[in-house]
Design a binder for this molecule. Structure first.
Ligand code: PEP
Ligand code: MG
Length: 567
């Protein structure tokens, strides 16, 4: 039996399925303690019901275009149950009478209702049991992004789940999983970025995947065909074996081919660095010949733990990366927590619209307990080797000044000039991009986070597959803003690096060089392709191309121009 979806992360793997459905989440929710008063928990419950309702309405509208009326009606009935005063009354009662958290109360009521539906012989009520479980999962996700089922995974598991948060993926990878198949996963989401960085094949876009694939069965995930095969035949097994051997041989060939320098055809050196999320990704830096780490996404090291790391632990983990790099460049980003990136033990509040809420540097300014140990650990490393500290999601000069003042206090400096590390600003929010000229005198470098910059400029959630086509960095508005930031950095004579998924697309290397970018930070899997592109390009022949690209009016026109100009 074969199911086909969409590839998010490449690779081929065979393993045993581990289906992680909503029941695990209900169990995890039972042990969540109340965050505040009973009234506070009731208010959290109502905020989550509101959010879940908005999600369901949206799903209903979007699916109405793709599915028939019967399928869409399922979401109507979910929305009805979610707003049912009896259901809400029971959950509120659990919060007030038993002093439970909203999560624990939802979990109890959902489990009780589900058991009652299942105990009834009428098949219609069995459907209701599945519906109530789905509502429970949605409500719990709206209550807490960091809530995760507490599962123990076997080495070699193929994880099957409705969706995975980045922290789940990190933990599961540490358990030795070999592949992931989900119902949903945005291609530019952090889960996608992590899967690609950690070399885990990930297929998405298979509705009801947890119901379709049995627990504990042998399965093959093949990203080349975006498929998962289970109930395997002997032919499928031997085809896998042959393809797997080919994959291993290709990797060995690649390992034996010496790394080439990232120099254009007319002799200009381009710096190609790596984006990493985990120390293991730095192991290959030498073999690849990369110029260093352009972006260390440090927040993922907090995910597979039970509690916040100490300054000593943070320092020790950066030391490992530093040793692997030798004297290559190292840019460490302060943790970019918030939205879907929160450690499971954290008490970071999830706002009504998490991408616009407390995240990145804004969150850190309110949470010295998280910020100071990390800043001090980086300062310690910086006394041993050059390091740049990157500020995630910088929005305004006010925030930058508040941050500099806080860092001064943390490391005992009177001014920024005395910092032991260089300071870099991530340009991911349009307001910061517009003020790049004023930010530059206060920092040593800029790093463009194009995933977020595109999201905020075009008002298109990078994690939301329903607006995937609107999250398009080829839009002239994005490229023009990018051009402005590059011009500001060039005028100031300060380094500018582009991070974000687009930097790793070899078909777009010419476009980025034409826009004046000379430093690219890319995922491990994109490194060789980008270097090969650099080597084929000549900067001399690019005169005026940046301006021509920026003068196009639509993304389609940009694409056409780029594909004709950089064949
Ligand atoms: C970006 O936003 O482009 C970026 C590099 O940061 P992240 O993907 O970690 O949000
Ligand atoms: Mg970002």
């Amino acid at each position: 039996m074969i199911l086909t979806g969409k590839t998010i992360s490449p690779g081929l793997a065979r393993g045993v399925t581990r289906v992680i459905d909503a029941r695990g989440m209900l169990e995890a929710a039972l042990s969540v303690a109340p965050a505040g008063t009973q009234q506070g928990e009731v208010e959290r419950l109502h905020a989550a019901i509101g959010r879940a309702g908005v999600e369901l309405d949206r799903l209903q509208r979007q699916l109405a275009v793709r599915l028939d009326a019967g399928d869409v009606a399922i979401f109507e009935s979910h929305a009805g149950l979610l707003r049912d005063p009896k259901f809400i009354g029971r959950v509120e009662h659990e919060i007030r009478a038993a002093s439970r958290s909203a999560e624990a109360a939802v979990s109890r009521v959902v489990s009780e209702l589900r058991a009652a539906f299942l105990a009834n012989p009428a098949p219609l009520l069995h459907d209701k049991a599945a519906d109530i479980l789905d509502i429970g999962r949605r409500l719990l996700r709206c209550l807490s992004a960091s809530l995760q089922p507490d599962v123990v995974l076997e080495h070699g598991s193929v994880v099957i789940a409705p969706a995975l948060t980045p922290s789940q993926l990190v933990r599961y990878v540490h358990h030795g999983i070999v592949a992931v198949v989900t119902e949903t996963c945005g291609p530019k989401s952090h889960t996608a970025i992590l899967a690609r960085g950690l070399g885990i094949p990930l297929i998405t876009g298979i509705p009801s995947v947890c119901e379709l694939i049995p627990q504990g069965t042998e399965a093959i995930v093949d990203a080349a065909t975006a498929s998962i095969a289970f109930n395997l035949s002997d032919e499928e097994r031997s085809a896998f074996q042959a393809a797997f051997q080919q994959q291993v041989a290709a990797i060995t060939d690649e390992e034996e081919t010496p790394a080439e320098a990232a120099v254009t055809d007319d002799g200009v050196q381009i710096r190609v660095l790596l984006n990493i999320s985990d120390a293991v990704e730095a192991h290959e830096i030498d073999r690849l010949g990369a110029d260093g780490v352009g972006l260390f996404r440090t927040e993922f090291a907090y995910m597979d733990r039970d509690w916040w790391p100490t300054e000593e632990e943070i320092y020790a983990s950066y030391r490992i990366v530093s040793d692997l790099l030798g004297n290559r460049e190292l840019n460490i980003r302060l943790v970019d927590f918030g939205a879907e990136k929160c450690p499971p033990y954290s008490d970071i509040p999830l706002g009504r619209n998490p991408s616009l809420g407390l995240r990145g540097i804004r969150l850190l300014l309110q949470r010295e307990d998280i910020m100071l140990p990390q800043v001090r650990a980086v300062a310690r490393l910086a006394r041993e080797r050059p390091v740049t500290l990157l500020l995630p999601m910088l929005d305004t000069l006010d925030t930058l000044e508040a941050t500099i003042e806080r860092v001064c206090r943390a490391v005992g400096c009177a001014s920024r000039e005395q910092f032991p590390f260089r300071l870099g600003a991530m340009i991911e929010v349009p307001s910061a991009a517009l003020q790049a000229g004023e930010i530059l005198p206060r920092v040593d470098s800029l790093s463009i986070g194009l995933n977020d910059l595109t999201q905020y400029l075009l008002a298109a959630d990078r994690d939301d597959e329903f607006v995937e086509r609107y999250h398009d960095a080829m839009q002239p508005a994005v490229l023009r803003l990018l051009g402005q930031v590059v011009a500001a950095a060039t005028a100031a004579g300060k380094p500018l690096t582009i991070c974000g998924e687009l930097a790793g697309d070899p078909k777009l290397t010419g476009l980025l060089l034409a826009l004046g970018i000379r430093r690219l930070s890319v995922a491990r899997s994109s490194y060789r392709g980008v270097v090969n592109s650099v080597r084929r390009l000549s900067l001399r022949s690019m005169e005026g191309i940046g301006a021509e690209i920026a003068s196009q009016s639509t993304a389609a026109a940009v694409r056409k121009y780029v594909s004709e100009r950089f064949r």
